[in-house]
Design a protein around this ligand. Structure first.
Ligand code: FAD
Length: 429
């Protein structure tokens, strides 16, 4: 039997250290510097470096990466338990070297990058020296990569990129972008696209503007490519393999968002419970009302179900060592995440009354975050389709009129079975 819901005591000791460290040293910084992604800001750098060193001293830097890439190689399950602590803070993932979008970009550079690409882009990214951006969504459509229009055309030893992309997180602070573009418009849909590394200072690449999402301290960039030239060796993965590279990246990204969401859900839940036992109401406190109790019970059930699904998905990725083999589970947590976050944040908000809707408490940010989680990395509908298709693959067709559960037939079969048994038992008397 291998079912075990306990955390290894040695790792639990590390998690306890992380919880205290994040609470006392890291989270206060979120209130003063809400966007810590600017690595050139001297104040942010001065505050970030010593904290990162403490994490490295604890052997917790870039927890998800193998030793060959400078991490301890703990795997996704340990990362999930760590992200359950880090997810309430913008600073904490950067302090621990596992922040989006860099962690996903590092993963595909490690998977598909050449030795030169790794040295030039991956190493400084892992060292926390530079930032990166993942550039896929286009103004004319994001959910369907087969509709992308930005192109790269080969010209001698270079590729020339033209087109527009938007909602690219942290574009303003990126040293390089990983960009998905059409290289063969006539190929079959999943072979039309390739992935490129594009330096942020490439001539012709323009940051048109930044989008702001309430409650999100990072900005989403709108990028325009006008005859942007990159050397041929800036292709990441094979020509036409953009889809495969993207799936590797997005699989990890979705799971990591879900892990961090567990932390935010827990925060909303804890605040709701604190309010329930603190706020006087009639002759007792809010928690004495049955409708409050129902909210707390429903929230606890949703939170625990979601957490277990996230942890099992992480465990399955570790077993399979391949995100694609765990597509169904990843789609399921991607779908569950916004609903659980939204339901619990809204209940917590409601219990705080007027204060709950103010910007002095985090609940409205959490509900916006839930909406973003239902859209970013693909909308809920698309993931439901993936999940259902994967589930249906496990079923074989039966009679089109009478399902295998049709009781009259089952009853007939049961009667035959009982008759045979009785015949044997009576014969043996
Ligand atoms: C905060 C934030 C950060 C982001 N960061 C990045 C980033 O770093 N890099 C990047 O490339 N992109 C990023 N995105 C973009 C994100 O991935 C896209 O917004 C997403 O893929 C949806 O694309 P879209 O906005 O074009 O919506 P559309 O594709 O136009 O979809 C709109 C709606 O149509 C419906 N719909 C679409 N397809 C289907 C379908 N097949 N079946 C049923 N209904 C459907 C859904 O309701 C969907 O919400 C970010 C977005 C946000 C909000």
């Amino acid at each position: 039997m291998a079912w075990d819901f306990d955390t290894d005591p040695e790792y639990q000791r590390k998690l306890d250290w992380v919880a205290e460290f994040v609470r006392t040293e890291v989270e206060p910084l979120d209130l003063i510097y809400p966007n810590p992604y600017d690595r050139t800001d001297p104040e942010i750098r001065a505050l970030m470096r010593p904290l990162q060193q403490q994490v490295k001293d604890q052997g917790l830097w870039a927890c998800h990466l193998g030793p060959e890439l400078g991490g301890p190689g703990y795997g996704q399950l340990e990362l999930a338990l760590l992200n359950e602590v880090l997810g309430t803070s913008m600073w904490a993932p950067l302090v621990f070297g596992c922040q989006a979008p860099d962690s996903g970009n590092a993963e595909i550079l490690a998977h598909f990058g050449t030795a030169e690409q790794k040295q030039k882009y991956l190493q400084p990214l892992l060292d926390g020296e530079i930032g990166s951006c993942y550039v896929m969504t286009e103004p004319t459509g994001g959910s369907d990569p087969t509709a992308f229009r930005t192109t790269a055309v080969r010209d001698g030893d270079e590729w020339v990129i033209n087109g527009e992309k938007w909602f690219n997180s942290c574009a303003e602070f990126a040293t390089f972008h990983i960009v998905m573009v059409v290289t063969d418009p006539d190929a079959e849909p999943h072979l039309r696209l390739s992935m490129f590394i594009v330096p942020a200072d490439a001539p012709g690449l323009e940051l048109v503007r930044n989008f702001t999402v309430p409650g999100f301290s990072e900005h989403e960039g709108h990028l325009r490519f006008t005859d942007v030239r990159v050397p041929a060796d800036h292709l990441l993965g094979a020509e036409g393999a953009g889809f495969v590279v993207a799936q590797t990246r997005l699989g990890g990204g979705r799971v990591h968002h879900a892990m961090r969401t567990v932390a935010l859900v827990r925060k909303a839940f804890d605040m709701m419970c604190e309010r329930a036992v603190s706020r006087p109401a009639r002759k007792g406190v809010l928690g004495g009302f049955q409708m409050t109790q129902e909210r707390i019970a429903d929230s606890w059930i949703q939170m625990e179900q979601f957490r277990l699904l996230v942890l099992r998905t992480a465990w399955r990725i570790d077993q399979a060592q391949d995100y694609r083999a765990v597509r169904k589970d990843i789609a399921a947590i991607k779908v569950a995440m916004p609903t659980v976050m939204n339901d619990i944040a809204r209940r917590a908000l409601h219990l705080h009354g007027a204060l709950g809707v103010s910007t002095d408490l985090p609940f409205l940010d959490m509900t916006t975050y839930a909406e973003v989680m239902a859209i970013a990395d693909g909308p809920t509908e698309v993931h439901k389709i993936t999940l259902a298709k994967e589930v249906l693959k496990q079923y074989a067709p039966a009679d089109p009129v009478y399902p295998t559960g049709f009781r009259p037939v089952l009853r007939e079969q049961a009667r035959d079975l009982v008759a045979r048994r009785l015949e044997r038992e009576v014969g043996n008397l």
